[in-house]
Design a binder for this molecule. Sequence first.
Ligand code: ADP
Length: 739
Amino acid sequence: MLSLQKYRARPGLAAVSALVLAAAAAVLLVLLPERWERILVAALTFLAGAAFAVLLARRARSREQARIEELETAEARHSALLDGLPLVTWLTAPGDRSETLYISPSIAEVTGYSPSEWVEQPELHVNLLHPDDRERVVSEFERTSTGAPVHSLEYRLLARDGRAVWVREDTATVRDSKGEPLYVQTFLRDVGELKRGDDRRELLQSAEREAASESAERRSRLDLLRHVGNEISAGIDLDPALAEVAELIVVDFADWCLIDVADDANDLRRVAVARGATTSPSGGRVPADDPEPEVKAVLEQGRTSVLPAIDERSKAERVSLGDLEARSVVSVPLLARKQQLGVLTVARTERGPAYSSEDVALAEDLAARLALALDRGRLYHEVEERSDAAWVLEHVADGILLLDRLGVVRLWNPAAEAITFISTADVVGHAAAEAIPGWKTAVERVPVSASPDPGHDEVLIPIETSRGERWIAISGVRFFGGTVYAFRDLTDTRRLEEIKADFIATASHELRTPLAAVYGAAQTLLRHDFALDETGRERFVSLIADESERLGRIVNEILLANQLDAGRLDLDSEPFDAGDLVERVVEATRTHAPPSVTLEVEAPENVPQVAADADKVRQVLVNLVENAIKYSPDGGRVEVGIEERDGFLRFHVRDEGLGIAPEDQEQIFEKFYRADPQMTRGVGGTGLGLYICRELIDRMGGRIWAEPNGSKGSMFVFELPTAEVMAHGQRGGPRLQLG
Ligand code: ADP
């Protein structure tokens, strides 16, 4: 049996069944005899047909229903699929984008406009196009509407809230099986995020490019700083180095670079003017040789000047620096240890933009380096000056003593050491009162002035040294840190003064004695009441003659000493026989030598001749022999001798008299020096004799000295070059000094 389902499922079977039924009914209608039977068969056939038709109709409806349901499900799935896609699906009528067939609700998220607004407002899409993109996109639409199968575009839509949303659309025309266009399907994707990614990438790239160029610029700036550093660290003479630095600065950083340096009086001097290689002096205008008032103001105020100021710039503005017209000028003071040492000025007249704050920072960096170099140069000169001063103090003949406010010795120069025999190590750092013997009492007498003006007083004070008393002339100058004393050793001068005073006393005594004798003798001779026999008269006359001669000798000594001092003495140099001279001197002396003295000559037979002034040699010999007798009050043997020694003829005068203390052996040859000035031994003299002897012998190329004569008395020795030596100039030394 056929079930309804079978019929529903098999329409062919149903049709065959219907045909079989209809054929059977037709046969029955023909075959049945009875009318009612035929009516019945017809009615049954009709009923069966009707039932069959109803069956068919129901089946058709239910199939339709099933199809619709199926379609709806498919549609729901499709729209769910479309709606669920992360993009906007937009279906439009073919050839007319303004007619929206469908648009997925996600359009509202992208643009803020609902799908219904899109459907109702045909121009909405075009209206939402970003003005910058509209022309491009519309022309693209026009081009593709004419049949391009697929296209993609990126453009911005203006969302309801005003945002510009970057979208990418991919459009394709959907066609039926015959190739007729059904609709146009467009997918819109919000590519803002991607775009922002791109933008960020672009941004990053440009930042990278900027960083690269910045780092190149920074490197070039560092190079500049390094080169400038090298330049100014190289030498002490800064002017040429500053000129080089200015040249370096105008390579990239400026069209003009000016460096002005302040002197001690804070006046600026322009030491460098450099112009960039490509800079043309506009209208012949170049910076002046002297710093401009603007530059001076920078030094005075100690602040960087940027013209025009960074926050007040208009593009076309020009500024002027003296004669120079510039786009931008930066002047930076050169400051080191709070001192204003100069000004660095850079100007852009042609190249590059106005100076930025980084540029100003670079200029300040450069200025700091220059300032350091200038400061170093100044310090160097100060040190040099100080070392000059120290050098002077080292070598000055005056003793210099510097005491700080507490009376502690801070400086004690070599001359001070030499004068006082107190070593620097023993005084510096110690209180002067403790380190310098006698200072405490002496200092009260030392005049101290407030300024080192010339002509201030100095006082002569004695100080005790390890080698006896020294006399120093000393004065002081007070300054904020203490007192500086300068002193000179006047021990010798003082002794000379004393000796001179003694000389005057001695000389007047020496002169008075013979004068008194002469005067007495003359008075006696003149007295008429006093009868003198011939012998007595002769005695007085010869006394007058002797004393006059003594007077004359003293006066001659004084005159000769004066002549020697003034260098006004002419000496002869003739060879003569020294043996003969000795004989004659001794012979002459014998005539008036006291009987207690024995005069003897010790001379070999053949002594070489001496080339000298015979008269002066005789004078020396006489003086020595006279002294030998004079300083032998108890008499004794006086020996005068000669001998040859190494090209010299050596004379000696030996006595057994008072002798000479070892400490006097040198000094007795000094002018006016007398070993016994008070004449305690009753022997007078001027103290000039030995001085004259040494001066004469020195001038004749010889030397003279004194030594003890064994255990008693003294021996005076002098030697002169032989005539032969003088003639051949042998032994390099002896030379006749005239005058
Ligand atoms: P004066 O006129 O005092 O003799 P001199 O210059 O001749 O001057 O001598 C200087 C000093 O040298 C003398 O004052 C004396 O003290 C010392 N003098 C010189 N000759 C002798 C001597 N032969 N013996 C000891 N002392 C002497």
